[in-house]
Ligand binder design. Structure first.
Ligand code: 13P
Length: 338
């Protein structure tokens, strides 16, 4: 593939219904995922698992980019091939998570700011030398009594803008991820409000910082009810409220919106994406950047055993294909029966 500039890279990742595989779990998060299948998380088991995903058939045609963790972008497969080369050979672009996680905000109980700007320029230069073509930074917004505060939104969106500018200065596409968490018993309306406040602040700061929006991808949450809310909104309502929030607050010139799954089940994350694409009426590619919703069935089928590799790859390939269809508004529930 020959991609000449950042705008072409951003467009390539989400072209033709393709999306992103988020495989950038930190080692502690990967440990939690592996605990759920009774597998010890070691450098080698994480490598084996991710190699299995990257070599699967589902990568081709469905996945335009893979977000990696620092360990993975440096790792080689069992046969010595760099994992990032396996990704490129599948015609997908390697990307990298560059934030350094969350820190409590003084004076704002229950709220956190994402850190990692210190030394970021140097890290980006190294990742660029590893052929990373895009980057990710995740901010986390909590809904609660009096939350989110303006201060939390302000600090996080400013950090996202500062990061995005540096990523572009280093010739990599930034994915900006302001994640309003599903945790809690809040209503869909509260999620809408917190997401809208975050997006308004984010795009104002991106513009002020001189970030090229045409060379940026947005990774937002969908507008859903909180996990513990007694009134769970249905697929149609999630789709229409999410689109309303995005069309009001995201510039048309942004090339792509790639949702996080945030704890939704894999089929629900697909159904929501499909419903939005069936509704249409927007200019961006509306696609996926799922972690759990792309990996859950493959992780379970793998179970840490070599003999399950091909069954696990089939599970991943199926989910990747379903989500590509959803990005095109062509998914049907009946396709889930395999
Ligand atoms: P989930 O899809 O599991 O929410 O992960 C996406 C991600 O990369 C969060 O930063």
């Amino acid at each position: 593939m020959s991609l000449n500039n950042l705008e072409e890279i951003a467009a390539f990742i989400v072209a033709d219904g393709k999306g992103i595989l988020a495989a950038d779990e930190s080692n502690p998060t990967c440990g939690k995922r592996f605990d759920s299948i009774g597998v010890e998380s070691t450098e080698q088991s994480r490598r084996d698992y991710r190699e299995m995903l990257f070599r699967s058939k589902g990568m081709e045609e469905n996945i335009g980019g893979v977000i990696l963790f620092d360990e993975t972008i440096r790792q080689s497969a069992a046969d010595g091939t760099l994992l990032r080369e396996i990704i490129s050979d599948k015609n997908a672009l390697p990307g990298i998570k560059v934030d350094k996680g969350l820190q409590a905000i003084k004076g704002c109980p229950g709220e956190m700011v994402t850190v990692g700007l210190e030394g970021l320029d140097k890290r980006l230069k190294e990742y660029s030398s590893f052929e990373a073509k895009f980057t990710k930074w995740r901010a986390v917004i909590n809904i609660g009594k009096g939350l989110p505060t303006d201060k939390c939104i302000d600090l996080n969106m400013q950090a996202l803008a500062d990061y995005a500018k540096l990523a572009q200065d280093n010739e990599m596409v930034p994915i900006v991820e302001p994640e309003v968490l599903m945790d809690g018993d809040h209503t869909l309306e509260q999620c809408y409000e917190a997401t809208e406040r975050s997006l308004i602040s984010l795009f104002a700061k991106l513009e002020k910082s001189g970030v090229n929006i045409k060379a940026t991808l947005l990774k937002p949450n969908m507008i859903t009810s909180g996990k513990d809310c007694s009134q769970q909104a249905g697929v149609d309502e999630v789709a229409s409220k999410t689109l309303k929030c995005l069309t009001r607050n995201v510039p048309d010139e942004l090339p792509g919106i790639t949702f996080l799954s945030g704890g939704q089940s894999d089929s629900l994350a697909t159904a929501h994406l499909d419903a939005m694409n069936k509704l249409g009426g927007f200019s961006w590619q509306l696609s996926f950047s799922y972690g759990r919703a792309l990996q859950a069935s493959a992780l379970k089928a793998w179970g840490g055993k070599q003999e399950n590799l091909s069954a696990a790859q089939d599970k991943f390939s199926h989910r990747a294909k379903m989500n590509k269809l959803a990005s095109l508004g062509k998914w049907e529930e009946g396709l889930e029966v395999v």
